[in-house]
Design a protein around this ligand. Sequence first.
Ligand SMILES: Cc1ncc(COP(=O)(O)O)c(C=O)c1O
Length: 403
Amino acid sequence: MSSTSVSPQALALDGGAPVRATYLPYGRQSIAEADLQAVVEVLRSNWLTTGPKVDEFEEAFAARVGASHGVSFSSGTAALHAAAFAAGLKSGDEAITTPLTFAATANCVLYCGATPVFADVSADTINIDPEQIAAKITPRTRTILPVDYAGHPADLNAVVEIARKHGLVVIEDACHALGAECAGQRVGSIADLTVFSFHPVKHITTGEGGMVTTADRKLAETLRRFRNHGISTDARQRQAAGQWHYEMVLLGFNYRLPDIACALGIEQLKRLDVNLMRRRQIAARYTAAFGEMAAVVPPAARPDANPAWHLYPIRLKLEKLTADRAKIFRALRAENIGVNVHYIPVHLHRYYREQFGYKGGEFPVAEDAYERLISLPMFHAMSDQDGADVIAAVGKVLRHYAR
Ligand SMILES: Cc1ncc(COP(=O)(O)O)c(C=O)c1O
């Protein structure tokens, strides 16, 4: 090797060759021919928005997750807002949730005029810690809002037990966890209200979209009204009944998921089990490889949980490295590995600092995790070679910065 050539082990960040020639995103959708056909069929039909595909998607989805009712929404965020409303959250109430989530989880509490109260996470799963929840309950608490971080179900049995003891409603943010199971029960059939998202990086997609599942017929009725301006019937029901009269009975929104999107959802749902199997295969391969790397803590999977692996977030043992997370993130991006960080703890966002006076340091377990987290590519359409590239790139970068 001449003195001017770059070693094959040189990081792409330092001018070396990247592990991959093309960029691998951290997540992306897969669209099949059947999806395209189903969408085109709706475009040629009479109903583009609330028509027969909505009912068909909701029924198939509810059956898949073991729920009596499924109510679709225009996004997971809209679904969270509706669930918070249906749970009765209002000004003066408190909802206990995790800081280690996407802002939408806590924002839905604010939309209802209530206050999100954060409880720190458990060190292994980095899901909300039931003991911390119990310590945060006050006479104003109305709701507990656990999140199934990365697709690993929260400690739902413990959460439900606390809720029953105190008469609280459980809204589970399962936007990461379609297809997950907790102690043999399907996510979607455990909490009072369970919320899903169909954003393109999720297990199935409708472009944008969301769903709330529940066993309670009255809650389902409130959810349906809330997504349609608070009106008691929809246009198709009125047409079928030959009526023009309608009544607005509560203050709702237009949060409807169109038939076009539901047709896509119906087809995507048929492939959910295949998608889940692929994600579980990738996770098993990652965990075998990263378990051998001294500077990596792979994501935990508790024995009673069957995670859905929306994300694969590793934690770095920074004590064993000469670089911080930001540098390792940049080095992996330079290797063409589309890493990401989930999440900046919600209380550290400027809005929450200004509204609630958070300064950092309030939730040490979540904040420590945040400093170390890097989400690696995880999606069902990834090839074996993609997975091998991720493992090679993480190994290369961490060897370079090993202490
Ligand atoms: C945990 C969590 N909750 C809620 C949402 C909001 O879902 P959507 O993007 O469908 O509005 C997301 C989005 O990715 C999420 O990750």
